[in-house]
Design a protein around this ligand. Structure first.
Ligand SMILES: O=P(O)(O)O[C@H]1O[C@H](CO)[C@@H](O)[C@H]1O
Ligand SMILES: O=c1cc[nH]c(=O)[nH]1
Length: 238
């Protein structure tokens, strides 16, 4: 049944879905990589498509920016549409000099300044970790394609434009081993845990917090093919 945020009919989504924040990146992925892609939802222009990739039924849909938006779409996809595997394909800002623009990150875990996972766990800390098999398959797919990836934790921030005190914390996140900052992965892992799905965040570095290099909005929409191909390899293996 349609939800307040998704107009698709029952069965319209595949069990495996790729999710970028940007709905236009979702459209790009559907048009470029899926066979027989069909738009299944467009409420609020948060486009979703279902088609196939290498013979496997597959969906792609935007999840918007920030944990609250992602949580709405992923909860409804899992609970109402039977989605079982969610692969976020996002952008992020590098926190360390050894992480470069356009590097691909397999986000095995995420710290966060958001309170949502504590709300899920009675006020306690939640281990926001990726599904191990999905992470392993992503790393294996990268090795097979001869494509280097960074594997490690990221920081999921509620604020894109952080006040000075919060910006200063970027150095702490880096010191604590985090590779990059973005805005959804910790929330995705919390939703997946609560509703029994499996999830992985793959990220491409679009900005550098230390060097201030950055990609354009157009680049973020259409030039993440190397990461998307890895996500498709993982999706095809489910
Ligand atoms: O490019 P996406 O997937 O949207 O990811 C990153 O970009 C947005 C901020 O510009 C946030 O959603 C952040 O997580
Ligand atoms: O959340 C994000 C996404 C991309 N780049 C950043 O600096 N932050």
């Amino acid at each position: 049944m349609p939800t307040p945020h998704i107009s698709a009919a029952p069965g319209d989504f595949a069990e495996v879905i790729l999710m970028p924040g940007d709905p236009l990146r979702a459209r790009y992925i559907a048009q470029r990589f899926l066979q027989d892609a069909r738009e299944v939802t467009s409420v609020r222009n948060m486009f979703g498509y279902t088609g196939s990739y290498q013979g496997r039924r597959l969906s792609v849909m935007g999840h918007g920016m920030g944990i609250p938006s992602l949580s709405i779409y992923t909860t409804e996809l899992i609970r109402e549409y039977g989605v079982r595997v969610i692969l976020r394909v996002g952008s992020c800002g590098a926190l360390r000099q050894d992480v470069k623009l356009r590097d691909i990150i397999v986000a095995t875990a995420a710290g966060t300044d958001s309170n949502v996972n504590r709300m899920r766990l009675g006020g306690h800390d939640f281990p926001a970790v990726a599904d191990f098999m999905l992470a392993r398959q992503a790393v294996e797919a990268a090795e097979k394609r001869g494509r280097p990836v960074r594997v490690g934790s990221v920081f999921t921030s509620d604020l894109f434009y952080a006040p000075e005190g919060e910006v200063a914390k970027n150095a702490v996140y880096a010191r604590m081993g985090m590779l990059a900052v973005e805005m959804e992965v910790a929330g995705l892992y919390g939703v997946a845990a609560e509703f029994g799905a499996r999830a992985l965040g793959l990220l491409t570095v679009s900005d550098h917090i230390l060097t201030h290099e950055s990609l354009s909005a157009a680049d973020r929409q259409t030039t993440f093919d190397e990461m998307i191909e890895l996500a498709l390899d993982v999706a095809a293996a489910q």
